[in-house]
Design a protein around this ligand. Sequence first.
Ligand SMILES: [Zn+2]
Length: 241
Amino acid sequence: MNNAAMLEKCRRFADQVIPELQGTTYYILDSDALNNESAYTHDELVGWAAQAANVSELLPRYLGADWRGPGPAIFLNLTWLRRHAYPGQFERAVLGVEVHELGHLAFPLRMPGERTPRVASAIAELQDAVVRYSLNPVNLAKPANDEGHDWKWIRRTCHLYVRAAFRGYSLPHLRLLHSGYCDFASQDYLPQLLEEALRMREEPMEAIDALPPLQWLVEQYEADVERLMAEIDDEHPCGVV
Ligand SMILES: [Zn+2]
C-alpha cells in the first residue's frame, strides 16, 4: 500500500472510530509533508498530534490547494513505520500509532465552537508548550506535569482502541500507551477498561472525558509516573507524542 492510500485509509479509520470527526476539518498527513520544517519531525518520532492553531501557518504552505482551513492534525512517520514494521504489518502498525494520536486529537475537538478565539488560542499555545516541554530532555524528569499523556488520555486512548477492535480492526497494543518517556503498559489499563469501553462505545468521546475518575486508574497512573521518574535518564526522547 503506497503512502497516499495509507493516509486515505487512516482518514476512513478516524471517521469510523470517532464519528464526531466526520464533516469536520482535520488532517492526517505523512511527517514528510512538512519537509522537516517542524521541530517535531525528527526521524525517530513515529507520530504526533497538533492542535489547529499550532499548524495553521505551517500547513497551508505545504498543502497548497489541499488546505481546507484550520484544523487539528496528526502526522505519521510513514517512512519510519514502513522501515520498522514487521513484514506485512505496515498497515496495522500505522493504525496502531494513529489510535494513540487520536487520543490526543479527540479531546480538543469540541473547543472551537465553545470557546472564544482568544481562549482557544491560549489553550493551543499551552498545548504546544506542553509538547515542547515534554520533548525537552531537561524536563523529562517531570512527566507528571505533561497533560498530554495523563490518565484521561490513557482512558480515552483505550476507549478508542476498543472501538477500533469492535469495528473489526486487530491492532497492536503493546506500544499503544508508549511515548518517548511515558512508557505505560497497555496490559495494566486496557483489560480493566474493556467493559466500560464496550458499554460506551457509541457515546461521543466527550462523554468519556466527562466521566468521573476511576480510583484504580489514577492510582495506577500515579504509580507508573513514580516508576518512570525513577527510571528516567537524560537520553534524547523518541517515539510518539
Ligand atoms: Zn502521545
